[in-house]
Ligand binder design. Structure first.
Ligand SMILES: Cc1cc2nc3c(=O)[nH]c(=O)nc-3n(C[C@H](O)[C@H](O)[C@H](O)COP(=O)(O)OP(=O)(O)OC[C@H]3O[C@@H](n4cnc5c(N)ncnc54)[C@H](O)[C@@H]3O)c2cc1C
Length: 362
């Protein structure tokens, strides 16, 4: 039986590990960081482990070119998986809800969306354009649709537990170079293929970080709301079910390495969100702040890297990193592509591009 090592235990490594495990391979996850209760994750020490700091919701992004088309396909597949997992494992950390989109200055891609196009071409469920009277002041376009949010560490811990109960092995190690792993001794035998789900890759010149500051509040919310402001900034909330509070966001700051949250930024995020969606405030008109959050989205010029590479003559690596701000919403679609690349390498054939959750072992 081929032995596959997945390097990384963020949402991408965990989804990919489960997906290739379902193909019948022996799988080991090697990583420096693993999911744990978000209350005890060290904000400074684990800032480069992005998955705990994500929202994480699934948003409408209408595709306008081939690369975005591909990503949209991945988001639709992920949507199917999330719905199926939620139905089968209510404890997985996934909550189904409405997504609301508000845009001050909508591009043609949004303006041209009709309910029929959203349903037939983009595969969206529950899509409805909002009328002017339903839009907050300053917003010129809005819609709602069916979507999902996850409580990141509840969800990632669930994936890790499923992986272990299905026979997967786990090793906490930091590596300097993925090639190291090919010379380690594993119970499952030598490494046939390594999947590089390390978030940032190793020395990839196209990688950069996009800092995101958000604020976790205790106020509950039953929808996920995103507002794109005319000045390019974003105002959003992402409910984290399972007693996870609600994320209010957020900044997108390329190449900003500051790990410290700014109180001024927090105040501004909360003020803007309250103006957009006052229903979230408690009966006294307040937020209950739990903590400020700073994360680093693993962003890549030219988009994510997902491809096969042979190094040192015979070592096979499948790269799956650089998901930027969309790791959760593309996770299962990307895991399907990883499984396909693996199958092509091992068998010279291509696996069916999509195995529905009911057919997979998950
Ligand atoms: C503020 C914020 C909001 C976000 N909101 C959303 C959202 O709403 N929806 C969404 O889809 N996405 C969102 N994202 C993005 C999402 O969180 C990321 O795309 C995703 O978490 C990336 O996952 P990953 O598995 O690729 O990387 P990571 O989570 O960083 O995992 C990388 C793994 O590789 C391991 N690793 C790395 N280097 C080494 C090494 N040298 N040795 C051993 N192990 C190593 C790490 O320990 C870790 O286990 C958000 C991100 C931020 C910061």
């Amino acid at each position: 039986m081929p032995h596959i090592v997945v390097l990384g235990a963020g949402v991408i490594g965990l989804s990919s590990a489960l997906r290739v495990q379902a193909q019948g391979h022996a799988v080991t996850i090697v990583a420096r960081d693993f999911p744990s209760g978000s209350e005890i994750i060290d904000a400074q020490n684990q800032i480069n482990y992005t998955s705990p700091w994500g929202g994480a919701h699934n948003r409408l992004v209408p595709p306008t070119n081939a690369a975005e088309d591909r990503e949209h396909g991945m988001s639709v597949r992920t949507f199917d998986y999330m719905y199926a997992i939620q139905a089968r494992y209510p404890e997985a950390g996934i909550t189904l809800m409405k997504g609301i989109e508000y845009i001050e200055n909508p591009s043609d891609a949004y303006r041209s969306l009709t309910e029929e196009k959203a349903r037939k071409q983009l595969g969206m469920l529950g899509f409805k354009l909002l009328s002017r009277r339903d839009l907050p002041q300053g917003v010129n376009w809005g819609c709602e649709y069916d979507t999902w949010c996850v409580n990141p560490m509840v969800y990632c811990s669930f994936l890790l537990r499923r992986f272990a109960i299905l026979g997967g092995s786990v090793l906490r190690r930091e590596v300097r170079d993925p090639r190291e792993v090919f010379s380690w001794d594993f119970e499952a035998g030598p490494v046939d293929v390594l999947i590089n789900a390390s978030g940032n890759g190793f020395g990839d010149e196209n990688m950069f970080i996009t800092r995101g500051q958000t604020c976790l509040v205790a106020n509950p919310c039953s929808v996920t709301v995103t507002r794109q402001n005319a000045d390019g900034s974003w105002t959003f909330c992402v409910p984290r079910g399972f007693d996870g509070g609600t994320i209010i966001g957020g900044t997108k700051e390329p190449d900003n390495w500051d790990p410290n949250p700014s109180i001024e930024v927090r105040k501004e995020l909360l003020r803007k969100f309250a103006a957009t969606y006052p229903q979230i405030l408690d009966r006294n008109g307040n937020f209950t702040v739990m903590k400020d959050v700073v994360g680093r989205r693993p962003t890549r010029k030219g988009g994510m890297r997902v491809e096969n590479e042979t190094v040192d003559g015979d070592k096979r690596i499948i790269h799956a990193y650089g998901l930027g701000g969309r790791g959760y919403e593309l996770s299962w679609g990307l895991a399907d592509v990883v499984a396909q690349l693996l199958d092509e390498h091992l068998n010279g054939t291509s696996a069916p591009p999509y195995v529905s959750e009911s057919k997979s072992k998950l």
